[in-house]
Design a protein around this ligand. Structure first.
Ligand code: PEP
Length: 250
């Protein structure tokens, strides 16, 4: 049985004070709802506020990115060790916004995944196709290639991958459009097949594959009912504590 992850990706929203206010509004609303792993991924500047507010709860805190080197002359970058020292447990890697606006490549995602794993963070690796790639029938090829490169050289100990993957069709992010269960099911199948090839069958069967793309309180239950969907990566609808609490309590 794969424990689901419900993760909030706040992108470039919320100051530390706003993040703290969110947490104090969220905590009582999800009290006792520990069926799934809940993770909040604020901007770097609000990580500390969320770590402090989450103390004593089961909520994990994730960064939205990191660099693969441990330290050095890399102005503006942050390492896995720096995140761990703050009390961060998770990290999103390869989000499509990073790939699109900051030129992040599959190779970079692979290097970051290796660094995050060896430091002991739980990475959530994002993959997904553009609308024109779906329209031209390339979805499976695109997702397969992203996974193949991301998983290259990754070792799995004890049969369980220490990372998760999020399938995020780019055309569904922030657009109000959601992949149908059939689309998500097929894409998750491709990701699991690629995982089986690179990581082994047992690891693939234990890999958690989240869905992301306009997840809202109204559609969470039907998405989470799909046997191959192991959680959600939520952008816009995670910014409001009431809305995110409804998603957690789907
Ligand atoms: C995301 O940022 O990963 C995302 C899925 O955004 P949204 O839920 O707003 O589509």
């Amino acid at each position: 049985m794969r424990k689901k992850i419900i993760a909030a990706n706040w992108k470039m929203y919320k100051t530390p004070a706003e993040a703290e206010a969110f947490m104090y509004a969220l905590l009582p609303r999800i009290d006792g709802h520990d069926r799934d792993e809940v993770v909040i991924c604020p901007a770097y500047t609000a990580l500390n506020a969320v770590v402090e507010a989450a103390r004593g709860s089961a909520i994990g805190v994730g960064a939205q990115n990191m660099f693969w080197e441990k330290e050095g002359a890399y102005t503006g970058e942050i390492s896995a060790g720096m995140l761990l020292a703050l009390g961060v447990s998770h990290v999103i890697l390869g989000h499509s916004e990073r790939r699109t606006y900051f030129g992040e490549t599959d190779e970079a995602v692979n290097r970051k995944l290796k660094a995050a794993l060896s430091a002991g963070l739980l990475p959530i690796v994002c993959v997904g196709e553009k609308l024109e790639q779906r329209d031209s029938g390339q979805t499976n090829h695109v997702i397969g290639a992203q996974c193949c490169c991301a998983f290259d050289g990754i070792e799995v100990r004890n049969g369980s991958p220490a990372f998760a993957v999020a399938y995020e069709p780019i055309w569904a992010i922030g657009t109000g459009k959601t992949a149908t269960p059939e689309m998500a099911g097929e894409a998750h199948g491709v990701i699991r097949e690629e995982a089986a090839r690179c990581l082994g069958k047992e690891a693939a069967s234990r890999l958690r594959i989240l869905y992301g793309g306009s997840v809202k309180p109204e559609n969470t239950a039907s998405l989470m009912a799909q046997p191959d969907i192991d959680g959600a990566l939520v952008g816009g609808a995670s910014l409001d504590p009431q809305s995110f609490a409804s998603i957690v309590r789907y």
